[in-house]
Design a protein around this ligand. Structure first.
Ligand SMILES: *Cc1c(COP(=O)(O)O)cnc(C)c1O
Length: 725
């Protein structure tokens, strides 16, 4: 493979002592972030700094006292741990002994390209906004662990995703800060002669230069495309500033760069993937570009479409047509030319636009998921229920079929265990399941054994994690107060009055209105009685951002925030600002109960409840997304579907209060002589068992591999079931 030289390494920290120079290599690959020995090493170097830098080891090495590093380099215990991490890091550089290598020795030479508009890899790399990105990050990590030869392609957002800052009145202001690339493991990829431009893409009549940054996620490289290059028109440079900010024109052009630029950059870097995965409709132009490639090399259009279809996978994540990206023909024409791309593809404008035409809905517009479905023979939703919804939503593309026979399957999302399970719990499981249990985490019988865990010991692990959450909430409030607020009123809302012993409910997710963060406030008096009961107090911790353009979402957020300061709730409601990976970790690991109340069937899957489950935190949720297949009566609580004709919000709120009052609160406070809530711990074990056995990213990746990638890598033709209209 002809790899252009990656840039000059950017050692952004002072020289390391010789004996521990290898740390530079460790921090260059995000695999440290899910290796607990590596993390322990950084924590050992300087624990307060480790916390202050939000677990950013590059920042840590920049700021740590040189004398402290020199001392570490002489400390035998540190050096033993260091050597083990270096050895592991060397192993990550190979694919030896991975599941993929042992199971599929014949497929090793072919790559799978994975396109997504965002990747949530680590707090220090702010190029994601929420669930889709975090899922893509977990997808890459699982591929790395299993040795699956994936290469990721995304966009580089030089200004990251907005930091969330709430005004005193709770209105979300979106800070627009350029992030410091030197404090991340991103490396600019340079072409021949050190040129940052790797490929050009024609757009709006200009040739746009596209560069790329590479971030290593264990064994998986992810290339992030960048148009902020000197030679580009200012309008094009701004394309890769921000994620999901700006109107549809900007978005279309970002997606054009992602799809077309992504394929071209991969080619320049010498990749010839045998399978191509478009994760969500944003990436559909990757498929279009591959059709164009084939046509320009002499393949007739229809045959090119057939070949692209047979090697492509499309995953849809949106259960409502309104959530799909669509563009007007004028926008499409304006972006893709001149000369228009269809000329090169050997088809008319009408034939091209037909690729994205929905037969029933806004027929004139170009629907990204429709184009992706037409150009991918393997299509899936992200939970069993979402698979059903997707077959129903897309049935108009196959008008001669009933929904059940629409060729769309499902792979339920999963979360990356080593990223999401608290290390306190991992270590606890070491002692009960054997130190190598992580290597056997795919064995369902292993997860049956968590039911035998000692209840008091598991409760003690949880209590420690909860104390860590409370401490970090107070620390964040302290810093914000001193640096930024200077206004004591914020302190109540930030959670400083939270009580370590009270039943603590967590709600962390994007503030989209369908997620109904405000459902629990429908009957404030009933909620108040629940929260301020002196014998059995309850408290709620909220976190989440609204999309910068989502005014209704921001209004819900503002209303929720206003409640945090109402004296009647006695400081038992908190809002943690700036929900991102770091905050998400703390929350899913430290609360007692995870709350999830989307209006069914609008949650395609939802993954935060799985993260909570991996930490033994049970979920109370509407029966939507993954919970409609994950809930088993023992691992949490379910709000049943409202009856036909009922006001859904009112019915769901009633069911929510009913469950909390009659089941959740009594069970939590029912303690034995040692103060252990036996019945509650039973729920915790079942939550852990369900998440570990069925909802990890490892399970998800194997399933994608076996059902979707491997057939494509083997060149097997899928049943060719293209849409008929
Ligand atoms: C997991 C996660 C999400 C997605 O959570 P959902 O349950 O799917 O809404 C969003 N943001 C962050 C930071 C996450 O970690």
């Amino acid at each position: 493979m002809t790899q252009p030289a990656a840039t000059t390494p950017r050692p952004s920290f002072p020289e390391l002592p010789e004996r521990i120079k290898g740390l530079a290599g460790v921090v260059a690959n995000l695999s440290w972030s899910w290796n607990r020995d590596a993390r322990a090493l950084f924590r050992f170097i300087d624990q307060p700094l480790w916390h202050l830098t939000r677990h950013n080891p590059i920042e840590l090495l920049r700021r740590v006292e040189p004398a402290r590093l020199a001392a570490c380099a002489q400390d035998p215990a540190f050096l033993r741990a260091y050597d083990a991490v270096i050895e592991w890091n060397a192993w990550v550089a190979t694919t030896h002994d991975t599941w993929f290598e042992t199971s599929y020795p014949n497929l090793a030479q072919r790559k799978i390209a994975y396109f997504c508009a965002e990747f949530g890899l680590h707090t220090s790399v702010p190029i994601y906004s929420g669930g889709l990105g975090v899922l893509a990050g977990d997808h890459c990590k699982a591929a790395s662990d299993l040795g699956v030869p994936l290469v990721g392609v995304g966009l580089f957002y030089t200004k990251g995703y907005s930091d969330q800052r709430l005004r005193l009145d709770g209105w979300q202001e979106d800070a627009d800060e350029r992030f410091d690339v030197a404090a991340t493991p991103l490396q600019q990829v340079l072409g021949a002669q050190g040129d940052p431009c790797l490929a050009t893409v024609r757009m709006s009549g200009r040739a746009v230069s596209v560069g790329a940054w590479r971030v290593m996620v264990g064994r998986v490289p992810v290339f992030l495309l960048d148009t902020d290059l000197d030679q580009n028109d200012p309008a094009d440079r701004g394309l890769s500033y921000r994620l999901y900010a700006g109107g549809p024109d900007l978005r279309l052009r970002q997606e054009w760069i992602l799809g077309v630029g992504g394929v071209r950059v991969l080619r320049v870097l010498g990749y010839d993937p045998a399978a191509w995965h478009a994760n969500e409709g944003h990436a559909a132009f990757m498929l279009v570009e591959r059709v164009r490639e084939l046509v320009t090399r002499g393949t007739p259009f229809a045959e090119a479409v057939r070949r692209v279809r047979s090697t492509s996978v499309f995953t849809t994540h949106t259960p409502v047509p309104a959530g799909h990206d669509t563009f007007s023909p004028e926008q499409v024409e304006q972006c893709m030319g001149p000369p228009p791309v269809w000329q090169e593809m050997g088809v008319s404008r009408e034939q091209f636009l037909r690729l994205g035409a929905h037969p029933a809905l806004d027929h004139d517009r170009f629907h990204m998921p429709v184009a992706a479905i037409r150009l991918s023979a393997r299509v899936n939703g992200v939970s069993r229920r979402h698979g059903e919804e997707s077959r129903r939503i897309w049935a108009p593309l196959w008008p001669d079929r009933e929904a059940a026979r629409v060729p769309i399957g499902y792979v339920t999302n999963g979360v990356h265990l080593a990223t999401w399970m608290a290390y306190g719990l991992v270590s606890f499981l070491d002692t009960h399941l054997g130190p190598d249990w992580l290597q056997r985490s795919d064995d369902p019988t292993l997860w049956d054994r968590v039911l035998e865990l000692d209840a008091a010991a598991l409760w003690a692990v949880h209590t420690t994690l909860k104390a860590q959450l409370m401490r970090s909430i107070r620390e964040q409030a302290r810093r914000r107060w001193a640096d930024q607020w200077k206004e004591a009123l914020h302190l109540v809302g930030a959670g400083t009055l939270l009580d370590q012993d009270a039943l603590t409910i967590g709600f962390g997710r994007r503030f989209a209105t369908y997620k109904r963060a405000d459902l629990i406030f429908r009957d404030p008096d009933r909620l108040q009685r629940l929260l301020v009961n002196p014998w059995r107090p309850v408290q709620i911790v909220f976190a989440g951002k609204a999309h910068p353009g989502d005014e209704p979402g921001k209004q819900v957020l503002q209303r929720v925030y206003a409640h945090t300061r109402e004296a009647r709730f006695e400081g038992r409601i908190a809002f943690i600002e700036d929900y991102e990976l770091h905050v998400a970790h703390r929350l899913v690991q430290g609360v007692d109960l995870w709350l999830n109340v989307p209006r069914a069937p609008l949650e395609a899957c939802g993954t935060s409840g799985m993260k909570a489950g991996l930490n033994g935190v049970p979920q109370l949720s509407t029966l939507d997304g993954w919970w409609s297949e994950g809930y088993d009566g023992l691992n949490g609580w379910a709000i049943p579907a409202a009856k036909v004709g009922e006001d859904v919000d009112a019915a769901d709120a009633r069911a929510l209060y009913g469950l909390l009052e009659a089941q959740v609160v009594p069970l939590f406070y029912d303690r034995d002589a040692q103060g252990v809530p036996r019945g509650w711990v039973e729920k915790m074990k079942h939550a852990l068992r369900t998440a570990g056995a069925r909802f990890t990213a490892q399970r998800m990746m194997r399933q994608y591999f076996m059902e979707y990638y491997a057939p494509a890598l083997r060149g097997e033709s899928p049943p060719d079931d293209p849409p008929t209209v």
